[in-house]
Design a protein around this ligand. Structure first.
Ligand code: GTP
Ligand code: MG
Length: 374
């Protein structure tokens, strides 16, 4: 495996803000309730999480007690802050020491910019479930975000290559956690454009509103056809608008992640194995199926002629090739989507056997079977 697919992710923030809880819910199948028995993290707990077969996240869960924080900023500064792809900084919205928390954040981002200037910073303002009743308009969250952004802009002003900062409100008790983590992972996937191009192809083949790829273990949404996964409604592509995407629930990806994960747990308890899901409404078919060893695909078709069986047939046709898309190395299966997309990519090659031979079938040759049997 190439080292390019290993990414160091720092998880930092004050003790008790919820770092280990979120890591355990997302990556170790804990329920929110299970996290109550977690003890404080001592120093740094490192773990490696493999996603999509070839992307390895090296998670550094950094215990947030004052003595540890001081160490990270002094004796361990270079070790902790070098080669970082993403810093996930977790704040506790209920903290009584916001000024002090902000001060630590400033010190951490300063150390990050010195050692890994291009790293992205994800600020998760956690435990929103504890304040939402008293502050339904999230005024406090908005204010905190503004302060964090202003601080980051000041620290990063002299660093033209500084990675972007994004803020998310989170709670381990609802799907907001999946939205934030999906956004992190999405940016770490190598050649995400290639996945998007394949999903676009399947979407158009099936007259679908969208095709979404989920990671099989965490059920985090990795990518989707069309516009980016976290774009604003005004940024949707015309074809998505035509097919009714604006009418879909804006939180659908994270809701599906959470629902499928908890349903899968229920299945395990009753000795069943979750393999997929399909349903049909008036003129709408929805299918969720394994796509490769490490992924599931969700297809929402709005073409009334396209039934679940046809969607599943096309997913099955794409299986072998999607397994290859997950490995990012050499592409050997004939594919028109790869041929067009990889031309513009520097770090991967497309070298399919029989690419020039019209009698060799590509998985995306529309109507190939029809021609063959005619
Ligand atoms: N209500 C609520 N409680 C949370 C949330 N996230 C975490 N907690 C609780 O907060 C407590 C502390 O969580 P941890 O994950 O251990 O905190 P930590 O940031 O890892 O702390 P250190 O390891 O000391 O740095 C646990 O009892 C969690 O159940 C949340 O979103 N809402
Ligand atoms: Mg911890």
């Amino acid at each position: 495996m190439s080292s390019a697919s290993r990414r160091k992710v720092l998880l930092m923030g004050k003790s008790g803000s919820g770092k280990t809880s979120m890591r355990s819910v997302i990556f170790s199948n804990y329920t929110a309730k299970d996290t109550r028995r977690l003890g404080a993290t001592i120093d740094v707990e490192q773990s490696a999480v493999r996603l999509l077969g070839s992307l390895v996240l090296n998670l550094w869960d950094c215990g947030g007690q004052d003595a540890f924080l001081d160490n990270y900023l002094s004796s361990q500064r270079d070790t902790v802050f070098s080669n970082v792809a993403v810093l996930i900084y977790v704040f506790d919205i209920t903290s009584a020491e916001w000024e002090k928390d902000l001060h630590y954040f400033e010190d951490n981002v300063t150390a990050l910019r010195e050692n890994s200037p291009e790293a992205g910073v994800w600020v998760l303002i956690n435990k929103m479930d504890l304040v939402d009743k008293d502050d339904p308009k999230r005024i406090k969250y908005t204010e905190y975000c503004e302060q964090v952004r202003a601080l980051n802009a000041r620290i990063s002003a002299d660093e033209p290559s500084a990675g972007a900062l994004r803020c998310f409100p989170t709670s381990i008790w609802d799907e907001s956690l999946y939205k934030a983590w999906s956004s992190v992972i999405h940016t770490l996937i190598p050649n995400i454009e290639l996945i998007t191009a394949h999903l676009d192809f399947l979407r158009d083949l099936l007259g679908a509103a969208e095709c979404v790829l989920f990671e099989a273990e965490t059920f985090l949404a990795m990518g989707k056809s069309g516009s980016p996964i976290d774009c604003e409604p005004s940024e949707l592509e015309e074809i998505e608008v035509d097919r009714g995407v604006p009418g879909l629930d804006r939180q659908r990806f994270e809701k599906i992640s959470e629902i499928v994960k908890s349903f899968r747990k229920t299945c395990q308890r009753t000795g069943e194995v979750f393999t997929g899901f399909e349903t049909a409404f008036d003129g709408l078919s929805v299918v969720l199926e394994p796509m490769s060893k490490n992924t599931y695909i969700l297809v929402v078709s709005v073409d009334p002629r396209v039934h679940a069986g046809l969607i599943k047939y096309n997913i099955a046709e794409a299986h072998l090739h999607f397994a290859e898309v997950g490995t990012w190395s050499a592409f050997t299966r004939k594919c028109g989507v790869c041929r067009d997309s990889i031309k513009t990519m520097a770090d991967i090659t497309y070298n399919a056997k029989g690419d020039d031979d019209p009698s060799v079938r590509a998985w995306d040759d529309v109507g190939f079977n029809v021609k063959e049997s005619a």
